[in-house]
Every structure is written in C-alpha cells, then in structure tokens.
Design a protein around this ligand. Structure first.
Ligand SMILES: [Fe+2]
Length: 303
C-alpha cells in the first residue's frame, strides 16, 4: 500500500529537567539548542526550524510524533483515509500550525493513545543555518529526523493501524531477548528509504517511547559523541554495537528523562523494489551490550 506519510518530521517530548537536558542535548549529542519565548526549546539537527521540541512537564515521555507529507492534497487524502478507518481527525488551526512551525497539520491518536500529527510545509531556516555545538552533522533530508520506537501492549492492533491505515511498509522483525530473559518480537516499519522510521516493541515499560534515533554522517561523529557521553558520566543503556537488521552502528545514552537516544551512523537504505521482509533472531551483529540503568536515589521518608 502506498502512503502519504513520507518521513518522521519532528517529535515533541515532555521533560522535567531542562537544565539536565541542555547538557545532554547540546554538549553530548551536539544538537542546536534554541529557546523559544514560551519556555519551550527547539532542538535542531538541520535546516528545519525544529526537529525535537522540549516542553517542560512531569511525564518525561513522548508528547507527540509529527509525520511529514508532501503537500496539502496529501494531507487531505491522509485525513480522509484516517476518517474512513474510523479515526477522529482534528484539523488544527493556523495558530497550532505556526506553533509547530509548519504550514498545516492534522492531529490524531493511534489505538494505544499515542498522539500523532501529520503536516506539510515545515519552516526552513536558510538564513539561520544549523550549527552543531559539537561539529556533528546529521543525516536527515528525505529520510527525516530519524526513527522512533514505541512501546506497545496490543502489537497486532498497532501493526494493523500503522500498515493498513497509515500505509507504513514492513521491513523486518527481530525475535530476541533485548533484555536477557525477556523474549519479544520487535517489528520495523518504513515510510521512505530509511530502513525504519518507526518500530513497535511489545515491552512492558511505563513510557510510550523506548528510544529516538538520530543518525550522523560519519563514524567519527559517533565516536566523538561516545567520548563526550563517557566523559560526562552518561549511562549507556546499550554499549557501542552494530544492529543486525538496519546495520546501524550506534550506542544508546540514557536521557535525563529515563528513556534512550540511539546515536548512530551507517544505517541501511532500503530499495522498495528489491526488499524482502526478513526475520532476525538477534538484535545486533556485535556489541549493544545491555547495561541496567542506575536506580533513582531513594526519596527520604517524611515523618
Ligand atoms: Fe533504534
């Protein structure tokens, strides 16, 4: 099935500790930190005005995912397709679109209540070029921001929604124990040449987001980010490794919000004409050793 969705355009995160996030995002990941008048933060990775938006709040989780379509006709077609499938679509007004720094957007939720947006016309800051404070360059373009992994409880229902209703294509499955002793099947879905823009992982965690992946253009950019994270004492949930399916060479620093970022290079580009769905029984060709995150400090009991 063809899809109007062409890329993961942006995501919004609700985070409780902006000070810690600034150190992580700017100093360690090399993202550009752009404060807004309303107290939110735009994190940039390229010429887009925003790619990751930080909103201050207690949830420390995904707030919304923004999917890019080509133009107004594609957005209307997607809205109609969602409504035919019984999904409630909110056509956001101009103020909301301006806030998201796009021309127009619609909002809807998936079967597990995750908030999604679809948009066209992202604002480009050609007069204010992206500058990484760490000199990193990010691979975006037609492949979008990167990829998002969502935790899910009813995976079959979620798969049906994203493939049948939104038109994502299945790249492969991994049947594995990402965490020892817990076998699961993770499914990887694409909407452009990037091997996956979305993965669905049936993992019993309290958060909606498992991780967000950003890809840099050289292996040295991964190495230098790894150095910065280690120097900063950042916990790595998975050590440096190479994934079995998309061949991404990456490591997973733990964000101040308790979920991971995957920071990678060398991801596979899929050719729709020749690709066959594959099955893997290991998450990684090497590396990606799981390291249990440190437990938060116990709260002092109050008499
Ligand atoms: Fe990933």
């Amino acid at each position: 099935m063809s899809s109007e969705v062409e890329a993961l355009g942006y995501i919004g995160l609700e985070v409780s500790d902006l000070v810690a996030w600034r150190v992580f995002a700017e100093e360690e990941l090399g993202l550009q930190w752009v404060p807004r008048d309303d107290g939110t933060i735009d994190l940039r990775t390229d010429q887009y005005a925003t790619r990751i938006r930080l909103h201050v709040g207690p949830r420390d989780d995904l707030a919304y995912a923004g999917w890019e379509v080509k133009d107004g006709a594609a957005l209307s077609a997607l809205a109609a397709r969602l409504e035919r499938a019984g999904v409630t679509v909110d056509r956001a007004d101009a103020a909301v679109a301006a806030d998201r720094r796009v021309h127009s957007l619609i909002r809807f939720t998936d079967p597990e209540g995750n908030a999604h947006e679809a948009f066209f016309g992202p604002l480009q800051k050609t007069n204010d070029p992206f500058v990484s404070p760490a000199g990193a360059r990010f691979k975006t373009g037609r492949q979008g921001l990167g990829h998002l992994v969502l935790a899910c409880r009813q995976k079959a229902t979620m798969m049906e929604f994203f493939t049948e209703t939104l038109g994502f294509r299945l790249s492969d499955h991994i049947n594995t124990e990402v965490v020892p002793g817990r076998p699961i099947e993770i499914s990887f879905l694409r909407c452009n040449g990037r091997h996956h823009s979305l993965a669905l992982a049936p993992v019993p965690i309290p958060k909606k987001i498992v991780h967000l992946m950003v890809e840099v253009t050289t292996i040295d950019d991964v190495g230098r980010a790894l150095d910065r994270c280690m120097k900063g004492g950042r916990h790595l949930t998975f050590t440096l490794g190479r994934h079995s399916n998309d061949e991404m060479l990456s490591f997973y620093p733990l964000t101040p919000s308790g979920f991971d970022v995957e920071y990678g290079w060398g991801g596979l580009e899929v050719d729709d004409e020749s690709w066959h769905v594959l099955t893997h029984d290991t998450n990684s060709a090497w590396g990606h050793i799981y390291q249990r995150p440190p437990k938060p400090a116990k709260l002092e009991s109050v008499a």
